[in-house]
Write a protein that binds this ligand. Structure first.
Ligand code: ZN
Length: 443
């Protein structure tokens, strides 16, 4: 049993629902304690009270730092880690000129393995403990991601990316091969340790009806798989999809026809959504991964967050690396806040709501809300220990903060990987800044 002492924040209730205001949904313990026993949260509260109830327990003294639930990245592409920062393009051009040439390089198993290790280090070093990840179009490369994820100790849901048209020929697979390769990966990796499998049609644009049927088959064969895809990201894309599926009333209708919308599904973007689509997503229980950095960088548009939340759609945050701005859910939260400040139909956001979107909502999107997302007793001890570098502006800002919510707002505004000191999943260390520094010195 270990008791971690720091300022502790979490959002066990939904700050978008409470009438009393978002600030009260933020649970904070300024001199807090997180008691961990066999990888689970045994208690979360004021340090003194927990110590009194558990005399003699060993304390890890992180005073001056902050403990938050591990972040959940609900949408991110592992093969794109090296191409972050492609400026000046919109979705379809960016895919052709920047993303897909790099994704084609994953044909080399060695290159893919290297990329997977880099990718997982990046997640952990930014405090992300759970991620829903687009794999590669190549089965061997996707297997390398799963192997590296298993070794890393992170919770990773991923899958072979399926496409059979309009990308590059080397990224296309025939539907029957997509089925057999997906099945092989599901058998090998789904529920191995902390891994989960997500059926991953890239988007309706690059999948024929035969491929969508394969996805439907995979989902109906295994009722515990997840599904991830893209929807309504960019107006040119939507125009093409409308042309390719003339029978569909809207983008979502394509996925609905193959029963790909539902409680196990996470759809990224949905920037240009009709009211009917939002209502149907809510009815089906489909979650949306909101990727504000990517939406801005690719000029995709303003996500109608307010309309989604109003209808009852779970909205998690995704970094969408490499269309997005990089790793880190603090930065992604800030970007969500900034875009909503400027959006035509803005949704008010604050630190509590950002924390909720970066943790609890992500857990819900992946169906893991009983396991992770906050520090309720019995949940897995997945957490990040943040401490601003001494002398940094963030250090000054959190010390100067009028109250804990203000300190959390400063973390979202200024916090990055340089403030991540240690990250744990089920109590196991998956990243430690001190170890990382020691390793860098050795090499
Ligand atoms: Zn994406």
């Amino acid at each position: 049993m270990q008791l971690f002492r720091a300022a502790v924040f979490h959002t066990p209730t939904n700050p978008f629902l409470v009438d009393i205001g978002a600030r009260l949904a933020l649970v904070c313990h300024e001199d807090g304690g997180l008691l961990v026993h066999h990888g689970r949260v045994a208690a979360c509260g004021d340090y003194g009270e927990i110590l009194e109830a558990n005399p003699g327990v060993s304390t890890v003294d992180w005073r001056g730092g902050f403990i938050l639930p591990g972040f959940v990245d609900a949408h991110v592409h592992f093969p794109q880690v090296r191409i972050i920062g492609g400026m000046g393009r919109t979705l379809l051009d960016w895919l052709d000129e920047v993303a897909l040439p790099e994704e084609a390089r994953m044909a080399s198993r060695e290159y893919a393995a290297d990329t997977a290790r880099l990718f997982l280090r990046a997640l952990a070093s930014h405090g992300t403990t759970t991620a829903l990840v687009f794999g590669s179009h190549f089965a061997d490369a996707t297997a390398e991601l799963f192997e590296a994820a298993f070794t890393s100790g992170l919770r990773v849901a991923s899958g072979l990316v399926l496409s059979d048209r309009l990308l590059r020929p080397e990224l296309h697979v025939a539907p029957d091969r997509a089925h057999s390769e997906s099945t092989m990966l599901i058998d090998r990796y789904h529920k191995r340790g902390r891994l989960l499998y997500a059926v991953t049609p890239r988007f309706a644009y690059s999948t024929t009806e035969a491929m969508l049927e394969v996805c439907q088959q995979l989902m109906s064969d295994r009722p515990d798989l997840l599904l991830q895809t893209h929807i309504n990201e960019n107006t040119a894309e939507i125009g093409e999809v409308t042309r390719l599926f003339p029978w569909a009333g809207d983008y979502l209708a394509i996925y609905e026809r193959y029963r790909l919308s539902g409680k196990r599904s996470v759809m990224a973007h949905n920037v240009h959504a009709t009211s009917s689509e939002i209502d149907r997503l809510a009815d089906a229980g489909t979650a949306v991964a909101h990727c504000p950095g990517s939406n801005a960088a690719l000029g995709s548009g303003f996500f109608p967050l307010r309309r989604h939340l109003g209808a009852g759609v779970t909205c998690a945050l995704g970094t969408d690396v490499g269309g997005g701005l990089g790793f880190g859910l603090l930065k992604e939260g800030l970007q969500a806040y900034l875009m909503q400040r400027l959006a035509p139909d803005p949704q008010g956001l604050d630190a509590a709501r950002l924390l909720y979107m970066a943790t609890h909502a992500g857990a819900e999107a992946l169906g893991l809300q009983t396991e992770i997302g906050d520090f309720q007793t019995g949940k897995a001890a997945d957490f990040v220990y943040l401490r601003p570098p001494p002398g940094s502006v963030l250090d000054a800002a959190v010390r100067h903060a009028a109250d804990p919510p203000q300190a959390l707002a400063a973390l979202f505004t200024l916090g990055g990987s340089e403030s991540v000191r240690e990250v744990r999943v089920e109590g196991d260390i998956v990243f430690a800044a001190d170890h990382a520094a020691a390793l860098r010195e050795q090499t």
